[in-house]
Design a protein around this ligand. Sequence first.
Ligand code: FES
Length: 81
Amino acid sequence: MTTDTATQDSAAPAATKKPIDKAVCICKKVRTNEFLTKVKAHKAYTIEEAREVTGANTGCGACYEYAESLLAQVRAEVGIT
Ligand code: FES
């Protein structure tokens, strides 16, 4: 007899503290971790600079607010207000 039913071991992720790597820009397929890594590596603290180094926010523009919010976090981390 096989009993492949009712196992609950795979659906719920473990309680980890890893940040969610959600999409920043759907048009250019840029995710949060990639965006932050490139912005920090290139010191691209403005949306114009971030567009150049990540490609994000160079399509429809719908991701502007989220990209700006990430940039604001990075600027705060490095002491730029
Ligand atoms: S979602 Fe980023 S430019 Fe369209």
